[in-house]
Ligand binder design. Structure first.
Ligand SMILES: Cc1ncc(C[n+]2csc(CCOP(=O)(O)OP(=O)(O)O)c2C)c(N)n1
Length: 337
């Protein structure tokens, strides 16, 4: 069994500030969406990732454009970090023509191949064999790109999870499996759905390392991901990283999470990844009060502009619902048709 290489991936102060920007932008984007849902403006389902931002930022930070991600429904922030314009993302939530799927679809089913984003389906866990397939493609193309595949602890109880990990392990494919263990699969608590403590232990059964880490510590997530990426790029095969975290909202904005206690939520809110990292940067003199005010002002502008763009974009023409639905032969390059 190959072991996990623990290396300190040191980031320059500017990179740490950039991480802080992404953490706060993704939080602000999600929080604005919650308000917009209550105002009846959003047509897409909204699965808030508030509280889980350190996973998105720590895993996506420093990815290449050519690397692929297979996001989960809660990972709207991965789209932004991979390069989707916030206005286009917001238009997707409003189901406007300027959104990623031009108003046809819920938010997180959309993919952007040119940015290395593979759209997920509603069948949870089904993105994992797809991720293994992408890893195989990279291997066949002899590139050193990697795939980051996200899933919840609930999805790790599906057959697709086991098939995907088995295939990736047997073929030593460059896939990093990222488990966002937020302790609930809809209303089902972790301890009622599996008899082990760490999803990470499941990797051993497929012949590659698994590690469980604090998913609310952005630097821990970054370090673990970079170690796994380094291994994968150099032919060392897959890694499973289980990020322990908590979702603050219900499963979706239409779910009242009555199945958990206020005390539990309060405890996890005290582990909020954003103040923790903000204080870390302040204590080291990396973040001044002026720099923080500047980051906040930039984020407010970005989110305001995104909302304005979505609201001023046209609604789709119903006649176009049946166009662009299939990827047919006519779209393929001549050599493959
Ligand atoms: C294969 C499958 N089974 C059931 C569902 C219904 N469902 C939607 S979300 C959800 C909970 C998912 O929990 P988890 O995988 O832990 O991810 P989280 O939402 O907690 O981030 C379930 C059971 C589904 N979409 N797909």
């Amino acid at each position: 069994m190959p072991s996990i290489k623990r290396t300190k991936f040191v980031l320059a102060p500017e990179q740490q500030l950039e991480m802080l920007y992404w953490l706060r932008l993704i939080r602000a984007f999600d929080e604005r969406l919650t308000i917009l849902v209550r105002q009846g403006k959003v047509r897409s389902g909204v699965y808030s990732g508030v509280g889980q931002e350190a996973i998105v930022v720590g895993t996506c930070f420093g990815l290449r454009k050519e690397d692929y991600i297979c996001p989960l429904h809660r990972d709207l922030g991965t789209f932004l970090m991979k390069g989707v314009d916030p206005g286009v993302m917001m238009a997707q939530m409003y189901a406007k023509t300027t959104g990623l799927s031009k108003g046809r679809d819920s938010a997180l089913h959309s993919g952007v191949p040119e940015l290395g984003i593979f759209g997920n389906t509603s069948m949870l866990g089904s993105n994992l064999p797809v991720a293994a397939g992408l890893g195989l493609t990279f291997r066949m193309e002899q590139s050193d790109n990697v795939v980051l595949a996200y899933f919840g602890e609930g999805a790790s109880n599906t057959g697709d999870f086991h098939e995907g990990l088995n295939f990736a392990g047997a073929n030593h494919l460059p896939v990093i499996f990222i488990c966002e263990n937020n302790l609930y699969a809809y209303s089902v608590p972790f301890e009622k759905s599996m008899a082990i403590e760490d999803v990470a232990d499941r990797a051993e059964g497929y012949g590659f390392p698994g590690v469980a880490i604090n998913g609310n510590d952005v630097l821990a997530v970054y370090g673990a991901t970079q170690g796994a990426i380094q291994r994968a790029r150099s032919g060392g095969g897959p890694t499973l990283i289980e990020c322990k975290t908590y979702r603050w909202h219900g499963h979706s904005e239409h779910d009242k999470p009555i199945y958990r206690t206020d005390e539990e939520l309060a405890m996890w809110r005290s582990r909020d990844p954003i103040p923790t990292f903000t204080t870390f940067l302040q204590d080291r003199g990396v973040l001044t009060p002026e720099a923080l005010a500047d980051v906040e002002a930039r984020i407010k502008r970005v989110v305001d502009d995104a909302v304005a763009f979505a609201e001023s974009s046209p609604d789709p023409d119903p006649h176009e619902a049946v166009t662009d639905v299939y990827w047919g032969r006519e779209q393929l390059p001549r050599s493959q048709s």
